[in-house]
Design a protein around this ligand. Structure first.
Ligand code: 6R9
Length: 664
């Protein structure tokens, strides 16, 4: 929250304005604010007509749709429902027909710097063979397939192959633990897992297949029939006869053509699990037609993608950014893109800049947390500073995942973009499928720290807790007033949770609730996101629920009770701070240190390393109200190391606050 308040204040005090460069604007897909206003007006005057036009212009339909939006079962909205298409056809075959067959689709930059390329023709062949291989195992339309893979051409091919046969993929980030993987396999009822033997990151090999083995051994995964393994490192792994098979053996001898499975526009293209404020992760279900439309269109609008661009999004395919802005969007518009296996700091902290220079990247899209950590490192070592590399190929920069603080924005603008490249600060979520609020690089005057204005057709607004509009200049709750094509369709297996989480009765059940707070500038109407309003933390742009981490902690035999809050962190945005009560007496000194280490590793095992608390504090109890409710707002103040000035009269055990000031 503090970071948030801080950002908000910085955002509000920010008066610097940066106009899009004239030459950029002149050639942009949306050129100037008049063009933006015109599109917004088109959407306002004829909402369905606007989306229908765009869907016809941007997507190849196998069977054209006749109905645009079906609101009869709101909030379970349907878009283009009687139309049929195939996502992989749109991403691959369409490019073969459009003259892009010999254009490079993917430049794979491995962890060790080795480069592999695939043209659209080659990628098409790979995906077709992969799809035929999946079919040969009996995997079919509607089946769920888990993808637990490293960043690779094969990872993208796996997603595309599922889409080609109408199987619904669910990618699980390669950093998640066996237990997290097992939970997702069970919830999705998946029939197969596609994985790799190992992954390479920062010069080290990390296990993948053995974690799959561990997840399956935990039980409950009886739906899984096949584990398909891509050989990345050749490292030693166990193989279970009858269940495990090598990808290269599966695709060997398969036909290079595979007729796409034509699916209804509402057919679930994928499920992606994300953290919410309560309970277990939610399986966010996305459609095929509406999702693909927005993936392609935002590539054109936000990234102004052009035929000669070399585009690089540094996200992992395990997150939504890797779905929309690696697997689907860039291919749907025939772009050339980099897929990067490694980490920004290996073999040195100039790797991003070196790679931009090496491949003449023109559009670069990354996360504020990466920028902030690279600022630190390049201040310490000039050799890895962006100024030490030739970044003249760049024409556009982007950020995603969390608010970018104005100083980081300025550094990115000056040192990476050389004050010539617009920055698109794209606000969106797993649930929104694609960009929602962002500057348009050839139109919107930019203000550091503000994601500026909603894209045309996105009816974003700020309301109070009763759902009433708040005037500009006042903070409130971010909502979207009308459904849009790429929105979440439901939570897999849990439609009730979908409705209560995103269309709560308090807001009349009509507005999509983003879960973020926001404020609009009095004069410009620009949005600044002030951070989550629920119990979701954002650590290095990764979403996690405080409840998930708390349940992991209390699953440890020594822990009686735990409360987790976010704490502002200069590099990661927020950090996890856990307050823990043990079953035994409160430990101090070395004993406390040893236990804290054990608990951190425990959380790493239970959820994944990204969820490890940065700080653990032990107490005899937690601050509670007389009715036994944990007072988290006090814990947030303690986590920040600040003095409690708030009213503590409802607190039953004020003495406890003193104990919780110290970390183990
Ligand atoms: C795409 C993605 C979504 C949450 C979202 C918000 C935060 C993302 C942001 C941003 C401020 C931006 N967020 N982009 N906050 N400015 N440009 O990150 O999806 O992992 O689901 O996270 O991230 O809090 O609600 P996801």
């Amino acid at each position: 929250m503090a970071e948030t308040e801080n950002n908000q204040q910085q955002g509000l005090q920010e008066h610097r304005v940066f106009n899009p460069p004239a030459d950029f604007a002149a050639n942009a897909a949306i050129s100037g604010m008049d063009a933006y206003d015109k599109l917004c007006a088109e959407a306002a005057n004829d909402y369905e007509g606007f989306w229908a036009r765009l869907a016809r212009e941007n997507i190849a339909w196998h069977k054209p749709f006749t109905q645009t939006l079906d609101e009869s079962n709101a909030p379970f909205y349907k878009w283009f429902a009687d139309g049929q298409l195939n996502a992989s056809y749109n991403c691959l075959d369409r490019n073969l027909e459009n003259g892009n067959a010999d254009k490079t689709a993917i430049i794979f930059e491995a962890d060790d710097g080795q480069v592999t390329r695939a043209t659209y023709r080659e990628l098409h062949e790979r995906v077709c063979k992969f799809a035929n291989g999946l079919k040969s195992r009996g995997i079919k339309k509607g089946d769920r397939v888990i993808i637990y893979m490293s960043m690779s051409i094969e990872g993208v091919a796996a997603m595309q192959a599922c889409a080609r046969i109408g199987a619904t993929h669910s990618v699980v980030f390669g950093g998640f633990s066996a237990k997290s993987l097992q939970e997702r396999i069970i919830d999705a009822g998946a029939v197969a897992i596609i994985t790799a033997d190992e992954q390479m990151r920062g010069g080290k090999s990390l296990p993948l297949k053995s974690i799959v083995d561990e997840a399956l051994a935990m039980g409950g995964c009886d739906t899984i029939k096949d584990v398909i393994v891509y050989k990345r490192t050749g490292g030693n792994i166990a193989f279970q006869e009858g269940r495990d098979l090598w990808l290269h053996e599966l695709v060997d001898g398969q036909a290079a053509q595979c007729e796409p499975e034509w699916v209804d526009a509402e057919h679930p293209l994928f499920i992606l699990y994300t953290s919410g404020s309560t309970g277990t992760p939610k399986g966010v279900q996305h459609s095929t037609g509406g999702y693909l439309l927005w993936s392609a269109l935002t590539m054109k609008w936000t990234f102004d993608i052009k035929p000669d661009d070399v585009y690089w999004c540094t996200a992992d395919i395990g997150w939504v950014t890797g779905h929309t802005y690696i697997c689907y969007g860039p291919l749907a518009v025939g772009a050339t893109q980099i897929i990067f296996e490694g980490v920004p700091t290996f073999p040195h902290a100039g790797r991003f800049w070196e790679t931009i220079a090496k491949h003449k990247v023109s559009i670069f899209y990354t996360a504020p947390t990466a920028i902030r950590s690279l600022i630190k490192m390049s201040n310490a070592d000039e050799k890895v500073h962006p100024k030490s590399f030739d970044l003249s190929s760049l024409r556009l920069l982007g950020t995603v995942g969390e608010p970018i603080n104005p100083e980081a924005w300025m550094w990115y603008y000056k040192n990476v973009g050389n004050e010539r490249c617009p920055i698109v600060d794209t606000f969106w979520q797993t649930e929104t499928g694609g960009h929602m609020i962002t500057p348009l690089p050839g139109a919107t005057p930019m203000v550091p720290g503000s994601c500026t204005l909603p894209l045309p057709g996105i009816m974003a607004a700020i309301v109070d807790e009763a759902g009433h509009d708040v005037p500009n200049g006042n903070g409130g709750i971010l909502v979207v007033k009308r459904p849009w094509p790429s929105m979440i369709r439901t939570i897999w297996n849990n439609p009730d949770r979908f409705r209560s989480a995103y269309y709560p009765d308090e807001l009349g059940g009509k507005y999509y609730l983003a879960g973020d707070g926001a404020i609009r500038n009095k004069d410009t109407g620009y949005f600044t996101i002030t951070g989550r309003i629920d119990d979701v933390l954002n650590v290095s742009g990764h979403r996690m629920g405080t409840m998930e981490i708390e349940s992991a902690l209390v699953a440890h035999p020594a822990v009686a009770e735990a409360a987790v809050v976010g704490k502002p962190d200069e590099t990661t945005g927020e950090a996890v701070c856990a307050f823990v009560v043990l079953k035994q007496a409160r430990p101090t000194g070395d004993e406390a240190k040893a236990l804290a280490l054990e608990l951190r590793n425990w959380v790493g095992k239970e959820i994944g390393p990204i969820a490890k608390p940065k700080e653990i504090r032990f107490g005899d109890n937690l601050p509670k109200t007389r009715s036994g409710k944990i007072m988290r707002r006090l814990l947030r103040v303690l986590a920040k190391g600040e003095v409690i000035t708030q009213d503590v009269s409802t607190l039953e055990n004020p003495a406890i606050l003193e104990q919780l000031k110290e970390s183990a």
